[in-house]
Design a protein around this ligand. Sequence first.
Ligand code: CAA
Length: 260
Amino acid sequence: MEFDNLRLETDGPILLVTLDREPALNALNMATMRSLRLLFSQWLPDRDDIRGVILTGAGPKAFAAGADIKEFQGLTPQEGRDLAAAGHETFFLIEQSPIPVIAAVNGFALGGGCELAMACHLRVAGEHAKFGQPEVNLGLIPGYGGTQRLIQYIGKGKAMELLLTADMIPASEALRLGLVNHVVASGEEVAKAREILEKILSKGPVAVRKVIEAVNAYFTESTDGFHFEVESFGYTTGTRDFREGAQAFIEKRKPNFTGH
Ligand code: CAA
């Protein structure tokens, strides 16, 4: 499979995906968005050996500086709707990925770039990273979920302010607001993301998948998250991994999870 503008590197069970358009600050053009969709919808589901993903941007300056503004010129309203709908589908694929996805934000995460980071399960930012939804500067609104997910992370008041003013916030402020999980020295983002991912990968894989689903259920209007938790708890009690986890606890040893 060909992935325009993505660089893929595997290291054991971890896939490092680098947005690879450094001269354009890794702006998410249509080809990149297609590649992300292909990766999460077709390639990853066939790769049982990969159990976690890190997403980062090429170069020291940007994770992704947004959707590619140059491709937006001349879009009709219908083309704009189609573009946003396709972007939503792609970012839902990431958010609903059964394996954990961590954004290692190595610089600007603006517009679609911030939206992509927010679709990931966790975010690690370099100390010089900057976050923002600057679409109103262009006479646009965010189109890849920004008006919805920003509220989920930082609350309505602050989200409204960032969306209306287009202000950029530094990594330290993003940490204070809860938009990112960790801030590390520049250049250490991927290493920290890997450390977190390795910790998650030592846990029961079915339980990890069910936690992702249950947390997402809270934000899915048609789903009762509490009911989903009850069902999922029941499901995990029936797994071999739970029997192994409980047995390992009793025997004071590390569990040997198999993902079943
Ligand atoms: N789309 C296309 N190209 C972009 C881009 C973008 N979002 N962001 C940066 N680039 C390009 C620039 O055009 C420039 O290319 P050239 O060398 O060919 O001129 C190159 O990347 C370097 O950018 P700058 O010279 O502007 O770098 P800078 O350091 O002076 O500024 C920046 C950095 C503040 C991030 C600035 O580039 C910027 O403001 N970028 C746009 C950010 C933005 O508005 N993002 C939202 C896009 S709309 C969106 O994302 C909608 C959505 O939700 C779907």
